[in-house]
Design a protein around this ligand. Sequence first.
Ligand SMILES: Nc1nc2c(ncn2[C@@H]2O[C@H](COP(=O)(O)OP(=O)(O)OP(=O)(O)O)[C@@H](O)[C@H]2O)c(=O)[nH]1
Ligand SMILES: [Mg+2]
Length: 382
Amino acid sequence: MFEFLKKIIKKDSPEKKPAAKKEVVKKPQKKSTPAPAQKVTNAPKLPEKKKALKTERPIKSTPKVIDKKPIEIKKEEKKSGFFSFADKIKKGLTKTREKLTAELTTLFTGKKIDESLFEELETILLTSDVGISATTFLLDSIRNSVKKNNIENADEIKGLLKEKLLQLLTPIENPLVLNGTYPFVIMVVGVNGAGKTTTIGKLTKIFLDENKSVLIAAGDTFRAAATEQLQVWGERNNVHVVSQASGDPSAVIFDAINSAKAKNIDIVIADTAGRLPTQKHLIDEITKIKRVINKCHSEAPHEILLVLDANTGQNAISQLKIFNEALGITGLALTKLDGTAKGGVIAAIAKEHPTPLRYIGVGESIDDLKVFNAQEYVDALF
Ligand SMILES: Nc1nc2c(ncn2[C@@H]2O[C@H](COP(=O)(O)OP(=O)(O)OP(=O)(O)O)[C@@H](O)[C@H]2O)c(=O)[nH]1
Ligand SMILES: [Mg+2]
């Protein structure tokens, strides 16, 4: 409801640039610890010169700063504001829900609870990418409850499945909380095409809506047109994108962080080139980027966000393992849940490699990134 009101306020405002927003309705943060003292939340996006003098480190080279241009927000993006948070997730998970609903309805209607019913349920879960170990956990938990409560009606298994899934997913519901260190540096990593750059664009919007200032670092100096793609997202959000022609991602990100320090920017989000976890030299390169970021601030990067494409299914787990070994992944963004019927991969992550799932991507538009909430997710599935 608060989201709904917020969108209405935004729509009625003559000025649509995020920086101009005055009315901010804080989202209730379910499990977050009280936020530490933070800077004035409605600080201007471009601080005055006086503040800039406070910088601890001189900027090594002048970063290329993209001109701010107001951009027209697409009609469909405006309309999406009228969906509630939960509706958006429901809509995004349509494919997975339709598959599950159809299969579970057929499974439970007029059936008695026996071993063949559990076998069929196992197949449904495995084909939704829940993975072997999470499937085993869910089936064992359901079997125990059926026995303990003398359940005879197969219809009741659906409710049990929902309950056990929620139990499995709740521990990885762990939203990103800024720890009061500024600039807060987020390094975004993942395989090619996982949705890193798009997620950065959407994430920037989330932070701007919370009245934080953001600087984006174009750390993908490898792929042709990667910087331009990021600049489009920068323009959509009306934030600066720092890029360099040097070709060295570490240098670009280093300069961006120092520029953010000088300008009192709250958050730096660094894009990086897509890489396969099997490409050892590229994994070595990204560990170097992390070391260089760490030289800017002993706690940075504060968040190493691994972006996973939900379509990759069980392969997402092996990506998570290898990126985690190399970098120490602190959070996940699971993208493209709208494009797959295999939304069960979240359960596999929760069971096999529990890692805070910060965000889920449910579409390509700027408003299609949501803070992960286990209850909302389970409700959207059934
Ligand atoms: N449907 C859908 N598409 C998405 C989502 N997130 C990203 N995409 C699309 O996935 C494609 C790849 O996204 P990018 O953001 O370029 O991925 P990337 O990881 O930066 O790719 P590289 O830089 O090449 O490694 C684009 O077409 C995006 O629009 C999502 O949540 N849903
Ligand atoms: Mg990219």
